[in-house]
Design a protein around this ligand. Structure first.
Ligand code: PMP
Length: 354
């Protein structure tokens, strides 16, 4: 459907389709990589303190308190931290402000499906680089003229992790362009590239509090990089939206970074459940890609993935399916609580034996 008032850009857009957020109660919801454990109780307490007269007042447009907490956590300077309303907003600013150049930017052909959407919106040209046979990202394929490079680590929706020494190699070979490492899922077993920021002025690392800190509903995302890159993002942000974070997000985020023990314990639980889940799926004949995320990509050699997804749904379990070539025989399943995972395994064992 088109409309004469639409611009050509809007007509050409192929918008992102978010995972379903169903209203039906009691579903086992394993489709959008949320954390099955709630946020730290300290976050809830901090938010409660903001709900009085403070809401009359605008938040700090710089959210300095949260920036400082993040800077301290990662041992960087406060002006190396950028904040946004979820990492999707941070990524939007990156595509708009840092990735538009004469040459196409590069990202994997199987990756976060928002990247091409931002390219359409901000008129950034891009090339998709095929993943290797084993679904890993081969950094040698990214050594050609480019206007920037972006990939998630671990990649989504594969869960496959790239090691830090490969990232270092990529940064060295691409010193003329910005390399963005989207670490939405890094806390579930990966090693963050934030430690490389001091050495590489072309590196920008993005993270989110939506996954490992279980705050998807609060919308907090961040980028860490060289001061000059962060300054570019601030210029974009201040050109149209000076208040990306609410008062709730600022105090909640500070409390989340302060409760290290809760963070470590819940991440460990998710990782342990992931390993258990992969073992159980193995026994049912599934092939699962090695995952360092809070989700897995898995397929059964004798079953049609789209059918399995619908059959699970009929049993009250929702998982994600992508019709894209190479992964259209896979299901992407978020790691749930041990109880949710047990329900999933019991349903799948019935389905694969029928
Ligand atoms: N990057 C990747 C790879 C993701 O999967 C997601 C979650 N859909 C995001 C970024 C954005 O997360 P948020 O906006 O909740 O921070």
């Amino acid at each position: 459907m088109s409309n004469p008032y639409w611009s050509d850009i809007v007509r050409e857009l192929d918008p992102y389709v978010p995972g379903e957020q169903p209203k039906i109660a009691n579903l086992v919801k394993l489709n959008t990589n949320e954390n099955p454990y709630g946020p730290s109780p300290d976050v809830l307490a901090a938010i409660a303190t903001e709900s009085g007269d403070n809401l009359r007042l605008y938040p700090d447009p710089n959210a300095l308190e949260l920036k400082q907490a993040i800077a301290d956590y990662y041992s960087v300077d406060v002006d190396q931290v950028f904040l946004g309303n979820g990492s999707d907003e941070v990524l939007a600013h990156i595509f708009q402000g840092l990735l538009k150049h004469d040459s196409p930017i590069l990202f994997p052909d199987i990756t976060y499906s928002f990247y091409p959407v931002y390219c359409g919106l901000y008129q950034v040209s891009y090339d998709r680089v095929p993943l290797a046979e084993d679904f890993s990202i081969d950094v040698e394929d990214y050594c050609r003229e480019n206007g920037g490079i972006i990939f998630p680590n671990p990649n989504a929706p594969t869960g496959v992790l790239m090691s830090l020494d490969r990232i270092e190699w990529l940064l060295e070979k691409n010193s003329d362009s910005v390399v963005v490492v989207d670490e939405a899922y890094i806390d579930f077993g990966g090693e963050s590239a934030v430690t490389l920021v001091k050495r590489f002025p072309n590196l920008l690392v993005t993270q989110t509090l939506s996954k490992s800190r279980s705050l998807a509903g609060l919308r907090i995302g961040l980028a860490i990089g060289d001061v000059a890159l962060i300054e570019a993002l601030e210029r974009v942000k201040n050109s149209f939206n000076s208040y990306p974070l609410s008062r709730f997000a600022i105090v909640g985020g500070v409390a989340a970074f302060a409760d290290e023990q809760y963070f470590q314990t819940t991440c460990r639980r998710v990782m342990d459940s992931r390993e258990q889940l992969v073992g159980q799926l193995d026994e049912l004949g599934f092939h699962t890609l090695p995952s360092a995320a809070n989700f897995i990509l898995t397929r059964h050699p004798e079953k049609v993935a789209a059918d399995l997804m619908s059959q699970l749904r009929a049993r009250g379990i929702i998982v994600r399916y992508f019709s894209q070539p190479r992964i259209d025989q896979y299901l992407r399943i978020t790691v749930g609580t041990p109880e949710q995972n047990a329900q999933l395994i019991s349903a799948l064992s019935e389905l694969v034996s029928s």
